[in-house]
Design a protein. Structure first.
Length: 543
């Protein structure tokens, strides 16, 4: 018996399941448009995002750690007016950066702000922006530019984290010697305290990721309440207040430079008050609607920082009875507390409160640096990127990428034991490095044309203010790159030499070796797959 056959002109109907459609949020679509899928929970709300951003930048607290340099570079006038100039400059830089963050929200920050503005060809979804520098750079130099900016940002964040940890360790040692004058701390003891503080911070970031938003909110309010208490107390209790002329007009330049150059050197240090304002960009993938939330948090961070740092600076300048003693102190802010309060217990209490706030910033730095490292590894920017690009399956945190920051800090801190002068020179790289990464993308945006490379965004500076901010950022950092590499004091000796130029050269050599050693052949930035639209607003084909 013959088996019936189907005539060749008859096609059998085969029932196929309908295509699977996944309903994705606008935030997830935007992230997938950059070649990635969400791996971290969106747990940072409005308050916790602002808390993280402010607790890391913490202008009044950060300036309390670095004001001796402008104090030596011109006395009270450089401290106060230098801070004004730094505030104006950093406001322009931050505004330009916030616009880019609104246009291209991503945890990679300057390295990976991405979303294409090209029209979709033949019905395809819009082409994808690689990284921020990928978008604004010409095709010939995209990979090299993105690779350089990525590494500068990673290294700068590692330096920032290390400097925050060292200052906390110095606070601990100086509080102990302040309460016990017979105790004289050594640099290796400070290093051991630093090691303990850093490892504890990483443990908190890695093993308590769900508590990070709440913890950063606690540090935020500790800073705000601390500012109010410190401000009122030092003004109310101080007996030997400085005159207005000492604060505003009496120049005391001890650097050996001319007054103009010394003032500019002081301004560079004053920029530390607004350091790491990009921190919130590194949790863009952990918050809803980052295109609006990130620039808002950056703007509020600068605004709150501006109000607190100016009021606090005036308070401690007027309340200190002897600014000369303050300028040569091991821990100048502790000396200010003691001169104002005339109480060791009170000064130690304030210093301990400051330590708590600053340690919150250290924890936030490890969190942001880990995210930055993870994002760069995700795009194959690091050696052994596949290892560092993994997130923990249950903790949902980039554990592998957070530990390189700890290893760097532990090794880098050893320099402090050998030479505090060399260490302090390296600290300036945190200011210089980050601000360079802020300026490079803005410069390229202007060169290529804002209308050409910037898509529609929730925060738009407009056709006038936008170019002003972008051009100012580029020119400002070009000038201050030279100033940052200059020694603070003349004549130059081994004790006061500025090693920053050596560090910058070493960092550039390191990046070149990585690039020409193989990354130029393998690094391309985020890989993007285009998909046909499914006919729904938020539908994408499954991979």
């Amino acid at each position: 018996m013959k088996t019936p056959t189907t005539p060749p002109d008859v096609v059998q109907a085969v029932e196929t399941p309908p295509p699977v459609q996944i309903d994705l949020s606008a935030d997830e679509l935007q992230l997938r448009a950059q070649g990635h899928v969400s791996e971290l929970p969106r747990q940072f709300g409005t308050w916790s995002t602002l808390s993280l951003a402010f607790s890391i930048t913490n202008s009044w607290v950060g300036f309390s750690a670095v004001f001796p340099t402008p104090l030596l570079a011109g006395g009270g006038p450089t401290v106060f007016f230098g801070l004004i100039v730094a505030t104006i400059a950093c406001s322009f830089i931050t505004a330009g950066l916030a616009e880019l963050a609104s246009a291209f929200p991503s945890s990679g920050g300057m390295y990976q702000y991405a979303l294409s503005i090209s029209l979709p060809p033949k019905g395809l979804l819009p082409d994808i922006l690689r990284s921020f520098t990928f978008m604004v750079s010409s095709p010939k130099y995209r990979a090299a530019t993105a690779f350089t900016v990525g590494w500068l940002s990673v290294i700068a964040w590692w330096f920032i984290t290390a400097t925050a940890g060292i200052f906390c360790a110095q606070l601990v040692g100086n509080i102990a010697s302040f309460l016990r004058p017979d105790y004289v701390w050594t640099q290796w003891q400070i290093y051991l305290i630093y090691f303990l503080l850093c490892t504890t911070a990483v443990a908190l970031v890695v093993w308590l990721p769900r508590q990070m938003p709440m913890l950063q909110t606690v540090f935020f309010w500790a800073s705000i309440v601390g500012f109010v208490v410190f401000f009122i107390t030092v003004l109310a209790t101080s007996k030997g207040k400085q005159s207005a002329s000492t604060v505003f007009t009496k120049w005391d330049n001890q650097t050996g430079w001319s007054d103009g150059t010394a003032f500019l050197l002081g301004v560079g240090t004053c920029m530390y008050a607004y350091l790491a304002v990009d921190s919130v960009t590194h949790v863009a993938e952990e918050m809803p609607n980052p295109g609006k939330g990130v620039p808002r948090a950056m703007a509020l961070t600068v605004l709150i920082g501006m109000l607190t740092v100016f009021m606090w600076t005036l308070a401690f300048l007027f309340s200190a009875s002897d600014l000369s003693e303050v300028s040569v102190s091991h821990l100048p802010i502790l000396t200010v507390y003691y001169q104002a309060l005339r109480s060791k217990a009170g000064a130690a209490f304030f210093a301990a409160w400051l330590l708590f706030i600053y340690y919150g910033a250290t924890i936030g730095c490890f969190l942001a640096a880990g995210r930055q490292t993870w994002s760069f590894a995700r795009d194959n920017g690091l050696p052994y990127s596949k290892i560092f690009a993994k997130t923990h399956p249950t903790l949902q945190v980039p554990v592998n990428a957070t530990f390189p920051t700890l290893v760097f800090c532990v090794l880098y801190g050893l320099i402090y034991i050998g030479s505090t002068t060399a260490y302090n020179s390296f600290v300036n790289l945190s200011i210089l490095g980050l601000n360079i990464t802020y300026a490079i993308p803005q410069a390229v945006v202007v060169i290529r044309g804002r209308d050409k490379v910037l898509p529609k965004r929730q925060f738009n500076l407009g056709p006038v203010l936008g170019p002003i901010c972008n051009i100012f950022s580029a020119v400002w950092m070009l000038v201050f790159t030279v100033l940052f590499c200059s020694p603070i004091f003349l004549p130059v000796t081994l004790q006061n030499m500025n090693y920053l130029s050596v560090v910058v050269a070493a960092v550039c050599l390191f990046i070149l070796i990585l690039w020409w050693g193989g990354k130029r052949k393998t690094f391309e930035g985020p890989h993007v797959e285009l998909a046909e639209p499914t006919g729904t607003t938020h539908g994408l084909k499954p991979e």
